[in-house]
Design a protein around this ligand. Structure first.
Ligand code: PLP
Length: 371
């Protein structure tokens, strides 16, 4: 039986051929493929302006800079996410203010956001966790009421939709990741969506050395920009992936339906919330390890012995050393802490078969028991 990883990218022959052609084209850094990729991505997102980046981490950092967020500012963000989300807030000199997540959706609990707002709060940086969209009506009503910017970390949510509208096609600033583990990839890469023409100009300056040209072609440097432009080789991968994205996500939904059908009824695990518009970046149930008298490490090891990979996404952010230094401690965010202890990411990627899901579910039954 071959090893089943928890995720694996799918690249078709057309994409591989396209990459070979790009390598032979004489143009490797940002050029025609990046322009084509940005145009295709914008088309996918209902015409919203989009710019490609070398990573979502870089895109999120630039998004904060576009909003003028720096020292003295606070940004509200969930205690359950990947470290990149709060890290970039610190990197621009601002302070991440954590809020707990809802146990079922794993998304930031919007009912608790209001209590975290202070006169220094400038933005909310939520995450569409595992691809499940936030309640966008409630999010933007809250941000509007308090005059806050919203930077959506949509790293998990390319292809997700809220009330039939794609995440990224609307809203304030939206960031995507194209890391190989995400629903589509450019190897490494990300993208930023925003609308205001002056802010788009500023984003482009921050993306590439702050360099501008006037009508006569004279160069000027307007600000100390970074270096986050995507390569044409990576963009060609992205073009191929984008064509397959809806098929990938449809396949993810079919596999998740199979998980719900075959998931052992006992012991009682907290399965992720199922909703229309979910792009299923991950399928991550919570398993009550303490109650079952087994540690998560033992569980992961037993799965590996059965040739099945398991991921952990993620430990609660506020309990990492860096964030404890800001004064956070155990007990601050009970839901994020429980998710951090009990979550396991089970195999889910488009090339999987139903038989793979069945194999995972059988292993779960054997290891966790039915009591
Ligand atoms: C992957 C991820 C990022 C960072 O994406 P990169 O493209 O690897 O920089 C940010 N936020 C979340 C929630 C992620 O999962």
């Amino acid at each position: 039986m071959s090893y089943l990883p928890f995720t694996r990218p799918t690249l078709d022959e057309d994409t591989i051929q396209g990459v070979v052609e790009t390598l032979r084209s004489g143009w490797l850094a940002s050029g025609p493929q990046v322009q084509a990729f940005e145009a295709a991505l914008s088309g996918y997102l209902e015409g919203r302006p989009v710019r490609a980046f070398t990573s979502a981490t870089g895109a999120l950092e630039v998004a904060l800079q576009v909003c003028g967020i720096g020292p003295g500012a606070e940004v509200i963000t969930p205690a359950m996410s990947f470290a990149a989300t709060p890290n970039v807030i610190l990197r621009v000199g601002a302070r991440p203010v954590f809020v707990d997540v809802d146990l079922n959706s794993r998304n930031i609990d919007l009912n608790q956001v209001e209590a975290a707002i202070t006169p220094n709060t400038r933005a909310i940086m939520p995450v569409h966790f595992a691809g499940l969209p936030l309640d966008m009506d409630a999010l933007y009503a809250l941000a509007g009421k308090h005059g806050l910017r919203v930077i959506e970390d949509a790293a998990h949510a390319i292809g997700s939709a809220w009330k039939g509208r794609k995440i990224g096609s609307f809203g304030d600033i939206v960031s995507f990741s194209f890391h190989p583990n995400k629903n589509m990839t450019t190897i490494e890469g990300g993208a930023l969506c925003l609308t205001d023409p002056d802010e788009i100009k500023r984003m482009e300056l921050l993306r590439f050395h702050g360099q501008a040209k006037d009508e006569e072609g004279n160069q000027d440097v307007l600000l100390a920009g970074g270096k986050y432009n995507l390569s044409d080789v990576a963009a060609r991968v992205g073009l191929g992936q984008l064509r397959q994205l809806d098929g990938f996500n449809a396949r993810r939904r079919e596999l998740v339906a199979r998980y719900f059908e075959r998931f052992p009824a006992a012991p009682s695990c907290l399965l992720p919330r199922r909703e229309a518009g979910h792009s299923w970046h991950m399928f991550a149930p919570l398993i009550p390890f303490e109650q079952l008298g087994i540690t998560r490490q033992q569980f992961v090891k037993a799965m590996h012995q059965r040739e099945i990979g398991v991921g952990i996404h993620y430990p609660a952010l506020h309990l990492f050393s860096l964030y404890r230094q800001l004064g956070y401690r155990e007990g601050d965010f009970p839901h994020a802490e429980r998710i951090g202890r009990e979550t396991v990411t089970l195999p889910l990627f488009p090339a999987m078969e139903f038989a793979d899901v069945d194999r995972v579910c059988q292993a779960l039954g054997e290891i966790l028991g039915g009591a």
